[in-house]
Design a protein. Structure first.
Length: 133
């Protein structure tokens, strides 16, 4: 997570937004201000530039509109960081399509659990909830 965000290793505690030409990012910083996780949402390219179009190692189209990438510090996983980031992304009405993703095995388990949780019931659009992974 830190290697991918060299400019944002430390910040105020909480969740912070970075907007980009191809993707927006939410960063999660712990109570000491250390970067512990991020979620990237790919969107329509701004300024008429062509969209990123590559296959990721998990079988998904990397960089397609609606595709998200969630990364959490391995030493801090299973502490609610990914859930907090995904909930915040849905709260901001990000156009996330969880069915468009390629998943790692732990990622697929996380999304299944998220979809069954209260967090998902209150945030994920209904059309997306009915589809199974």
């Amino acid at each position: 997570v830190v290697r991918a965000n060299r400019r944002h290793r430390e910040d105020e505690p909480g969740i912070h937004l970075d907007e980009g030409n191809y993707a927006n990012q939410l960063r999660y910083h712990d109570s000491e201000g250390v970067l512990r996780g991020r979620i990237l949402l790919f969107h329509e390219a701004k300024h008429g530039e062509s969209q990123v179009d590559e296959w990721d190692e998990h079988g998904g189209r990397y960089g397609q509109t609606g595709h998200v990438l969630i990364q959490v510090d391995p030493k801090r996983q299973r502490r609610g960081i990914a859930t907090a980031l995904l909930k915040e992304a849905f709260r901001r009405n990000w156009a996330i399509d969880l069915d468009k993703q390629g998943y790692t095995f732990p990622g697929k388990a996380f999304i299944r659990k998220f979809r069954k949780s209260e967090a998902c019931i209150n945030h994920e659009p209904l059309a997306k909830k009915s589809k199974a992974l």
